[in-house]
Design a protein around this ligand. Sequence first.
Ligand code: ATP
Length: 333
Amino acid sequence: MSQETTALNVEQLEVSFDEKPILQDFSLSLNQGDILCLLGPSGCGKTTALKAMAGLINVKHGKIELFEHLLKHNAYEVPPEKRDLGFIFQDYALFPHMTVAENIGFSLRHLNREAKEAHIHQALTLVSLDNLGKRYPHELSGGQQQRCAVARAMVNRPKLLLMDEPFSNIDSQVKNGLMSEMRHLLKRHNITCIFVTHSKQEAFSFADKTAVMNQGRIQQIGKSQEVFENPNSEYVARFMEAGNLIDTALVPQKLLMLPPSNANASRLLLKENGFAPCPDGTPAKVIDSLYMGHRYRHEILVGDLTLFMENQQAYEVGKDIQIQYRYEAIGVE
Ligand SMILES: Nc1ncnc2c1ncn2[C@@H]1O[C@H](COP(=O)(O)OP(=O)(O)OP(=O)(O)O)[C@@H](O)[C@H]1O
């Protein structure tokens, strides 16, 4: 098995604004080529975390290393322009009075003309904007502006790419295409990337790993699938909409085929796709049924409990069914 290279190591960052703690005990580690999503509600500190790593704000305490190169350790600090990072802002922050090529070449003033043009050409090709170098930002579509911002961030071949809600201004029709195009680009060049979003769907479509943030702290970090399948807290389960969260005492024993992972937990998480029809199962009534494309999402009543259940079966509203939960219900606090 090939040895993975640690790209980024962040330990216990702390940031405050006006004495108010905004980022606390913020730690993470990424391997080269990992794509991490920082996910969380508005105001939880996602953008602040990116800016802290980029050196754009004052970090009170903590350590940042990029490929074993120390960028920050308590009072020691490498300035932003020497950190080997690319940063893509939410609104792309393209210079409106400069062409696409000039925007991309902005940080290459130290190179001679020939080298600069070669770099710009390569960056334009990377994002398939070869023919649009002479256009101005206002002459580009949202997706093209985003690609221009990507090219500008990548032109110096950064060791880490930071992106603040890169897809939020993109029309949903083209978003999926752009996301997969960009993911392939990052994977092809083995670029390590952290991006911010509040969308669980974007985390699943773009990232390998997800960190769910809660009031300036990372509540859970892991492979996106693991965070969704095994949330470590009620907060993560709710934010990820991971399934039905029910008071343990209210779950009918007969509904569960297997004992729960932690029967002492105050709540149990029952996945929406974990129910199966079963002739001698628990009685339930279908009270609503929505077609979601390839599957249905049913709202069902089990005694006094309202649950959501997904499967490929169409039911009439009002139908009486019998069900059983086939997975291990997960105890969460
Ligand atoms: N320069 C600043 N001065 C004072 N407070 C700030 C500053 N920047 C951010 N904050 C506060 O820090 C908190 C975290 O902000 P941040 O922008 O990191 O959140 P976020 O998770 O990225 O939110 P959103 O999803 O809405 O962009 C917020 O309460 C915000 O008001």
